[in-house]
Design a protein around this ligand. Structure first.
Ligand code: ADP
Ligand code: MG
Length: 702
C-alpha cells in the first residue's frame, strides 16, 4: 500500500473514532501530547490497518503519527509534536515466550517494573555542522547507537566532503525525555520454583518518568534486537532483545489478575456459609506440616489482612499483618513460608540475604543497566506491594535493609534519597518472616532481639511473633513422626501410581485414608479466589461488643501498672492496633462485614498466645513488653545482669566450664535468690542451652 494512502486511511480512522479525544488533546496541548488509540477500535474499523500495525509497526506508526500531526483541528492547534500511542492489544506476549519471530512486531508485554533509570534527555534529532563549508544538517536518531555522519550532506546543499568528526550542535538538536525500565514476570505468573525472566524497555517523552519500581504495567512496543558484544568490543552471533516502548498502561487493581466467575462466586458464598469455614481455612494451610495450629491461624488472618484506613487527618493506618517466626532449625519454618506464598493471590518468597543490591527494600545504583544513569531498583517488599512477602532467614539481612525496614513495615513506603534521586516506593504488603537464632537454638532467657540480630524497635513492628522450639516431648514427637511418615508414605504411593499406574489393592485403601489427612480442606485455587473476593468486597466494622472486648483486654493488662509504679509494662498501643487488624481479618475470613465480640475473643486468644511466648519475663512469669520492645525486662533492669551474663563473666576466670557454686554466689551478691537461680539453670539445661560435662560445672551448648 502506498504510504500516502495509508496516512489517508489513518486520517479517516482518527476522525471517526478518536474525534473527541483529539479535541480534548488539542485543548491541553502541548502539556498533554499523546493520543491513545485502542487497538480494538482499529480492528473494528479497518482490520487491514490493524494488521499492519502488528506486522509492520515501524511504518504503520510513522504514517499514523504523520496523520495525527497534520490533522486540521477546529481549535486551530497544530499537533506537530504529538505522539500516537497504541493501547489495548488483544494478545499479550509472556516474557518467557518471546521468540525471534516477534522481533520487529508490535507486542504488548505485561510485567512488574523492577528497575527504572532516572529520566534523562535523549537526542532524537542531532544537528551537525560541517567544519569546511559550515553547512548545517540533521540526522534522526533511533535505536541504541548514536548515528554520526561520515560526509557532509549534499542533498541539503552541503559540500559532500568526508570528515573525521562533525561538530554536534547541542543547542540546535532536538531532545526527548527518556527512561529505561526492566519488566519482570510477576510472581503470580510463575509456577513454583521458576526463576522470573525479564526484558528491558525504553520509554520516551511523556510516558517516561511515569512508573516507579514495584508498579505493574503493560508496555506495548516494537520488539527490537541488537547484537551482543564481547568484553573486548567484538561482535558475537548472539542477539539481545529490548522493547521500544510505544505506550504504557498502569495496572492498579491488585487482584485483577484473579478472575472470578459467577460459578466461582457461588462456590465462595457456599463455602462462607458453612459453620466451620474458619477451621477449614486453617486446616488448608500446609496440611503436610503437623501441629502449629496457632501459626496457621495467624497465617490465615494474614492472607485476609485488616482494613487499610485513611483517616480524616490524612494519616494512613496499615491493614497488613506482619508475622515473625523465630525458632530452632528444622521446625518447618521455611516450609510454612513457601506454602503460604503458594496460596497468597500475590506472594513473593525471598531470603534475607538477597543477591540483588536492592535487597528487601530498594537501592539506587549506577551500573551497566543505566548506561551511565542512576537506576532505582526495587527490593522484595516493594515488589510484593499489595501482596505478601515471605522473607526467610531475615536475621541475615543487610544493615541497610534493617534500617529501612522500620518505614517499610509501618508507613509501608521505602524512601530513597541518593545522587539526586528522590523517590518513595510503596511496600503495602504483609511481611511473613522467619529467623534462626544466632546461637543455634532458641533460648528463652535471652531477649529475642539479641538472638536474631534485629533491633527491638523493629521487632515491635510485628503484629505477632511466634517462637518455635524443638524440644524432646514424647507425645508430640510421636504424633509429628507419625504424620511425617504418613506424608512420605502418601508421597511414595503417588510417585508409584504416577509412573507405573499400579498400586496394590491394600495400599489403595490406605492411600484413601492418608490422602484424607493430607488434602487441604479447601483447594488452593478456590482459597485464592475466596481471599481475593473477600479483600475486594469486605470492609468490616467493629461492633460495640467487639470494641468493649478489646478495651477490656487492654485496660485489664495495663491495669497492673496503675497502682504499682514498679510493675512492668505488659502491652503497648501497638498490640491493641494489632488486635483490631486481626479482628477485621477474622471477620473477612468469614465474609462478614462486622467484627463481632466472638472475633475479638478469638484474636485476643492468638495475641495472648504470642505474648506469653515472647513477652513473658522468664524470671517472674509476668508479661513485660520490654522483653521484646526494649530487649530487657523490668526485673533485669533492676538487677542489671542475667544468669547468662553471670556465666559469661565467670567464663573469663574459669574457661568454658563454670562451677555452679560460683554462679550461685555471684547471683546472690546481685540480689537473686539462690533457689530461683538453681531453677533457672535447670530450665536452661532442659532447653539445651546449658549442660553439665561433669558434676558441679555447667557449660554453654555451642
Ligand atoms: P526450618 O526452616 O525451620 O529450618 P524446614 O522448613 O526446612 O525447617 O523443615 C525441615 C524439614 O522438617 C522439612 O522437610 C519439614 O517438612 C520437616 N518438618 C519439620 N517439622 C515438621 C512438622 N511439624 N510436620 C511435618 N514436617 C515437619
Ligand atoms: Mg529454613
Amino acid at each position: 500500500m502506498m504510504q500516502d494512502l495509508v496516512t489517508e486511511r489513518w486520517e479517516d480512522f482518527l476522525k471517526r473514532y478518536c474525534w473527541n479525544d483529539l479535541i480534548e488533546l488539542s485543548n491541553s496541548y502541548p502539556e498533554h501530547r499523546s493520543l491513545f488509540v485502542k487497538f480494538t477500535d482499529m480492528d473494528l474499523y479497518d482490520p487491514t490497518l490493524a494488521d499492519m500495525i502488528l506486522e509492520t509497526p515501524d511504518v504503520a506508526i510513522a504514517s499514523a503519527t504523520d496523520a495525527l500531526r497534520e490533522m486540521d483541528m477546529p481549535t486551530g492547534v497544530t499537533l506537530d509534536e504529538a505522539n500516537l500511542r497504541i493501547i489495548n492489544l488483544l494478545r499479550k506476549v509472556k516474557i518467557r515466550e518471546i521468540r525471534s519471530g516477534d522481533i520487529g512486531k508490535l507486542v504488548a508485554i505485561e510485567g512488574m517494573v523492577t528497575k527504572a533509570t532516572e529520566v534523562r534527555p535523549r537526542v532524537v534529532e542531532a544537528v551537525f555542522e560541517c567544519p569546511f563549508c559550515h553547512h548545517i544538517f540533521s540526522i534522526l536518531q533511533s535505536g541504541r547507537q548514536f548515528k554520526e555522519p561520515i560526509e557532509c550532506d549534499q542533498e541539503s546543499g552541503g559540500c559532500g566532503r568526508k570528515v573525521q568528526r562533525f561538530k554536534l550542535l547541542v543547542e540546535k538538536s532536538k531532545f526527548a525525555n527518556a527512561q529505561k525500565i526492566r519488566l519482570q514476570e510477576s510472581p503470580e505468573e510463575l509456577k513454583g520454583g521458576e526463576l522470573p525472566q525479564a526484558v528491558d524497555a525504553y520509554l520516551e517523552d511523556d510516558i517516561s518518568g511515569e512508573v516507579t519500581p514495584g508498579n505493574r504495567v503493560i508496555v506495548t512496543g516494537i520488539l527490537r534486537s541488537y547484537q551482543r558484544m564481547t568484553q573486548f568490543g567484538k561482535t558475537t552471533p548472539f542477539f539481545d532483545i529490548y522493547l521500544d516502548g510505544n505506550s504504557l498502561e498502569l495496572k492498579e487493581e491488585e487482584f485483577e489478575e484473579i478472575l472470578i466467575s459467577d460459578e466461582d462466586e457461588r462456590k465462595i458464598k457456599e463455602l462462607a456459609s458453612q459453620s466451620d469455614v474458619y477451621e477449614k481455612l486453617i486446616r488448608s494451610i500446609a496440611p503436610s506440616i503437623y501441629g502449629h495450629a496457632e501459626i496457621k491461624e495467624a497465617m490465615v488472618l494474614q492472607l485476609f489482612s485488616g482494613v487499610p484506613k485513611e483517616l480524616p487527618d490524612e494519616t494512613r493506618i496499615r491493614g497488613d499483618i506482619h508475622i515473625l517466626l523465630v525458632g530452632d532449625p528444622g521446625v518447618a519454618k521455611s516450609q510454612l513460608l513457601t506454602y503460604l506464598i503458594r496460596l497468597a493471590p500475590r506472594g513473593l518468597y525471598t531470603g534475607g540475604k538477597s543477591t540483588s543490591a536492592a535487597g528487601l527494600t530498594a537501592a539506587a545504583v549506577r551500573d551497566e543497566f543505566g548506561e551511565g544513569r542512576w537506576t532505582l531498583e526495587a527490593g522484595a517488599l516493594v515488589l510484593a506491594d499489595k501482596g505478601i512477602a515471605a522473607v526467610d532467614e531475615i536475621d541475615k539481612m543487610e544493615k541497610k535493609d534493617r534500617d529501612a525496614l522500620h518505614e517499610a513495615m509501618e508507613q509501608q513506603t521505602v524512601s530513597i534519597a541518593k545522587a539526586g534521586i528522590m523517590a518513595r516506593l510503596n511496600s503495602r504488603c504483609g511481611l511473613l518472616a522467619a529467623a534462626n537464632p544466632k546461637f543455634g537454638r532458641f533460648d528463652k532467657y535471652t531477649p529475642i532481639a539479641e538472638q536474631i540480630n534485629m533491633p527491638p524497635t523493629l521487632l515491635s513492628r510485628f503484629d505477632l511473633i511466634f517462637t518455635m522450639m524443638d524440644r524432646p516431648n514424647e507425645e508430640q514427637d510421636m504424633k509429628t513422626a507419625e504424620h511425617i511418615i504418613e506424608t512420605h508414605y502418601a508421597g511414595e504411593l503417588i510417585a508409584r501410581l504416577k509412573s507405573t499406574g499400579k498400586v496394590a489393592a491394600a495400599d489403595k485403601e490406605r492411600f484413601g485414608q492418608v490422602n484424607q489427612i493430607m488434602e487441604p480442606a479447601v483447594a488452593a485455587d478456590l482459597l485464592r479466589k475466596y481471599v481475593a473476593w473477600s479483600k475486594r468486597n469486605m470492609f468490616p466494622v467493629m461492633t460495640e461488643d467487639a470494641k468493649n472486648k478489646f478495651l477490656e483486654f487492654y485496660i485489664g493488662l495495663r491495669g497492673q501498672g496503675y497502682e504499682d509504679e514498679e510493675a512492668p509494662v505488659p502491652v503497648t498501643a501497638r498490640q491493641l492496633e494489632a488486635l483490631i487488624r486481626l479482628g477485621e481479618a477474622r471477620a473477612r475470613a468469614e465474609l462478614r462485614d462486622q467484627v463481632t465480640a466472638e472475633d475479638a475473643e478469638r484474636v485476643i486468644g492468638v495475641v495472648t498466645y504470642c505474648l506469653k511466648q515472647v513477652s513473658t519475663d522468664p524470671e517472674t512469669g509476668k508479661l513485660d513488653t520490654d522483653w521484646v520492645a526494649v530487649g530487657t525486662t523490668k526485673t533485669k533492669r533492676d538487677r542489671a545482669r542475667s544468669i547468662r551474663e553471670i556465666i559469661k563473666e565467670l567464663e573469663k576466670d574459669y574457661g568454658d566450664e563454670v562451677p555452679v557454686e560460683e554462679v550461685l554466689d555471684l547471683a546472690e551478691e546481685e540480689g537473686m535468690e539462690r533457689e530461683k537461680v538453681e531453677e533457672i539453670i535447670d530450665v536452661m539445661k532442659r532447653d539445651g542451652i546449658l549442660f553439665s560435662p561433669s558434676g558441679g560445672v555447667i557449660k554453654f551448648v555451642r
